[in-house]
Design a protein around this ligand. Structure first.
Ligand code: SF4
Length: 269
């Protein structure tokens, strides 16, 4: 049933929702998995999800990441169904913690009605943190990277999430032309912390085979960024490609929308 999973598992990434995205990144990590995504929000195999969560719990899995091959907030019905399933485990005495959601932040920053309707509900169902993926702390540069007309204000995105009791982690994609020097990364981190962000994670842009992209900053720049992160008392984490050994990958698995399991893909999100 599950490949390469004889030992413990630390966490599971669950791909949720349709293939739709409100951005169009040049190096989209999800594009290769879009054919396995459902056509409609709300199409979800709850029995398979429950089976895989049970399997993970039996292997001491403690955290859940909700992500997608598109933008998960565009599939709020599916996301709610997944969170309700996780909540049922909590009611049965099995707690997955933390439960994190990845998003590009665009819908959160532009759709107040959506936030009012879903964020309190998701928090109540057990969502712990929201990881806002970003290329830069400059909204114009971010719009360029996401290939959208405009990227919303970070202040609005972070405030809406914090107002509903959610923790916020900025997930920074290090790419040349955007956040590509230690100085820019330090300025971004300090600015985001002042705006209420709890944590920052950064990782170099990856290619489809999970190797570091030639469009990512050089290894020497990444080293300095990592040194800076080490001074942050754990608030900043840098995920360098070479720290991801096969062994560490095997401790995380991903569940795709078609019910398949992988122990490789989750390194990218
Ligand atoms: S926001 Fe994520 S899913 Fe959307 S295009 Fe960018 S990488 Fe792909």
């Amino acid at each position: 049933m599950m490949p390469g999973c004889s030992g413990d598992i630390d966490g599971i990434s669950i791909l949720v929702g349709t293939a739709r995205c409100n951005a169009n990144c040049r190096e989209c990590a999800g594009r290769q998995h879009r054919k396995s995504a459902p056509q409609k929000d709300g199409e979800l195999d709850i029995a398979r999800l429950t089976q895989v969560l049970r399997f993970c719990h039996a292997r001491n899995c403690h955290y859940v990441t909700l992500t997608g091959c598109g933008e998960p907030t565009l599939s709020p019905v599916s996301l709610t169904m997944v969170l309700e399933t996780i909540r049922q485990f909590t009611l049965d005495g099995i707690k997955f913690d933390p439960v994190n959601l990845y998003t590009n932040g665009i819908r959160i920053g532009t759709d107040a009605e959506f936030c009012d309707k879903f964020l309190p509900q998701w928090h109540w169902l057990g969502l712990t943190s929201v990881y806002v993926s970003t290329y830069s702390d400059n909204p114009s540069l971010n719009a360029d990277a996401f290939r959208v007309n405009a990227y919303p204000s970070f202040g609005i995105i972070f405030t809406r999430l914090k107002d509903y009791g959610l923790k916020v982690r900025a997930s920074v994609i290090l790419k040349n032309g955007y956040t590509d020097t230690p100085e820019k990364f330090q300025a971004l981190s300090e600015r985001f912390f002042r705006m209420g962000v709890d944590n920052v994670t950064a990782w170099p842009l990856k290619d489809e085979d999970d190797s570091i992209s030639p469009l990512a900053p050089s290894p020497s720049v990444l080293t300095v960024i990592n040194e800076y992160a080490k001074t942050s008392n754990g608030r900043i984490r840098v995920l360098l490609g070479d720290s991801r050994t096969k062994e560490s990958l095997a401790r995380k698995i991903a569940l795709f929308q078609n019910g398949e399991i992988s122990d490789v893909w989750c390194a990218r999100k």
